[in-house]
Design a protein around this ligand. Structure first.
Ligand SMILES: NC(=O)c1ccc[n+]([C@@H]2O[C@H](COP(=O)([O-])OP(=O)(O)OC[C@H]3O[C@@H](n4cnc5c(N)ncnc54)[C@H](O)[C@@H]3O)[C@@H](O)[C@H]2O)c1
Length: 456
């Protein structure tokens, strides 16, 4: 098929390269020339394991990148994967989606049926908005000349390529029979894994060990598919907030949240995933999606109070981390806190709306000095938080220099193997708060750290 992805960021670049690797002629359009140039040079526009390798394998063969919209005319399917950030009122800002729809309308082929696929996370009813814009700009008739479908994305940054090739489910919301058939054809290789043995040889260094479970191709109507994405992210946020509040209770009761989570997760109705304690959920999706979902529920006078409670519990968790440090160190004025991890999770450079963005200003407001390190996220964190007074370190060990506390916010695997001996000697006070319960407590205590986790 001829595939176009509008947007070449975390979702668009991964979607584009994956469909190119599956043998479709795929063009990524992005208004950001820098990203387009990177892709065309065989470089990844983001840090995502495996992405650069796949770009190098496909660029110029089945993958193309451009800032121009002319290629839309050739497309059988057009993904929209542009950003949908939070507007000042807390709802999803659809400016980029609407601009993309206008450009699609200006360039769409008037002589063939085209499917426009909303992959961006968009509020229920946005499919109709996109359809009307394309119809108005192009003069074409929706459902006769083109159709807008919803195909929400569930990939996780850090394992995004894997998630596109081996998803749990593919949700397609379509109200049009021809569009449904085109979507089935597009996803057939993923659902049936046809040719995957060839791909796994071709891309052998991706180490594909396919899970046994075949993805479910779930068809529904457009509005329902749009809501499934928000309902899923809202639920996951609730699950994390639940275990985080449980961690606080465990500290009061003298019980261990790791065992509580394990005991809960062994129940197949509950499952163990997303029962990992942290300083709270953040990132480029959960905050904006829970905000939009809650506002939507209020708008329709059907309040999702549980989502609101999860949001409140989440901010309380960020504050709890700071309170815990204060309980241990006392007044923070003039104290030095070394932060490990600025991204919302490991294996990504995505530092948009991370835990650190909330916790660091709180620490600074109490007079603390901050020195921080992240393996991939420092540039982006600086870009989004230019006014925060932070000393960025060249290597992880340097956050310990004369510090009174090390605060681990992101569980990058490499943090396990730091030179902890050197660090304990550089500290003014050997206190470490590991908000992911990730490091080797016994070892750290043996070498002289006072170690605290959360809920343990
Ligand atoms: N990042 C994730 O893990 C993830 C997962 C699932 C769903 N989503 C959703 O996918 C959407 C995209 O998220 P993202 O993280 O990839 O965003 P992103 O900011 O990384 O990428 C969006 C890209 O779209 C480009 N763009 C904006 N307007 C454009 C236009 N008119 N024409 C062409 N390009 C345009 C931007 O330059 C940018 O490169 C959002 O709705 C998000 O909620 C993201």
């Amino acid at each position: 098929m001829n595939v176009v992805c509008v947007g070449g960021g975390y979702v668009g670049s991964v979607t584009g390269v994956s469909f190119a690797a599956l043998g479709n002629k795929t063009t990524v359009i992005d208004i950001n020339k820098e990203k387009v140039d990177l892709i065309n040079c065989g470089k990844s526009p983001i840090y995502e394991p495996g992405l650069e390798f796949l770009i190098q394998q496909t660029i110029g063969k089945s993958l193309y990148a451009t800032t121009e919209y002319h290629c839309i005319a050739e497309a059988d399917v057009i993904f929209i994967g542009v950003e949908t950030p939070t507007a000042p009122d807390g709802s999803a800002d659809l400016k980029c989606v609407k601009n993309a729809a206008m450009s699609i309308g200006e360039n769409i082929n008037k002589n063939k049926f085209t499917v426009i696929i909303n992959k961006s996370t968009i509020p229920t009813g946005t499919g109709e908005v996109v359809s009307s814009i394309v119809a108005e700009v192009s003069g074409l008739i929706p459902e006769k000349d083109f159709s807008v479908v919803s195909n929400p994305e569930f990939l996780r940054e850090g394992s995004a390529i894997w998630d596109v090739f081996f998803p749990d489910r593919i949700v397609v919301g379509a109200n049009n029979q021809i569009a449904k058939e085109i979507m089935r054809k597009l996803y057939k290789p993923v659902v049936t894994r046809e040719n995957y043995h060839k791909l796994s040889e071709q891309y052998s260094n991706l180490n594909w060990e396919a899970p046994e479970k075949i993805p479910v191709f779930f068809e529904t109507d457009v509005k329902t598919a749009e809501l499934i994405k928000y309902a899923s992210n809202g639920f996951l946020a609730v699950k994390i907030s639940y275990i985080n509040e449980m961690a606080k209770l465990c500290e009061k009761l003298g019980t261990n949240v790791l065992d509580v989570a394990k005991g809960m997760g062994l129940d197949s109705r509950i499952g163990s995933r997303f029962l990992e304690v942290s300083s709270g959920w953040q990132g480029s999706c959960f905050p904006k999606d829970t905000s939009e979902l809650y506002l939507l529920s209020e708008k329709y006078e059907s309040e999702l109070s549980i989502v609101k409670a999860a949001i409140d519990a989440n901010f309380a968790m960020h504050r709890y981390v700071v309170e815990k440090i204060i309980r241990f160190l006392g007044c923070l004025n003039g104290k030095i806190i070394g932060i490990l991890g600025l991204t919302f999770k490991p294996n990504t450079d995505d530092a948009r709306k991370t835990q650190a963005e909330f916790i660091i200003p709180h620490l600074l407001s109490l007079g603390a000095n901050i020195q921080a390190f992240d393996p991939q996220g420092m540039e982006m964190f600086k870009k989004f938080n230019p006014d925060l007074d932070i000393k960025y370190c060249d290597k992880a060990e340097d956050v310990a220099q004369r510090a009174d506390c090390i605060l681990l916010l992101t569980h990058w695997q490499e943090f396990k193997n730091l030179n902890w001996h050197e660090m304990v000697n550089s500290l003014r006070f050997p206190y470490i708060l590991d908000t992911r319960n990730f490091l080797n407590k016994q070892y750290l205590e043996e070498i002289g750290f006072y170690y605290q986790g959360l809920g343990t």
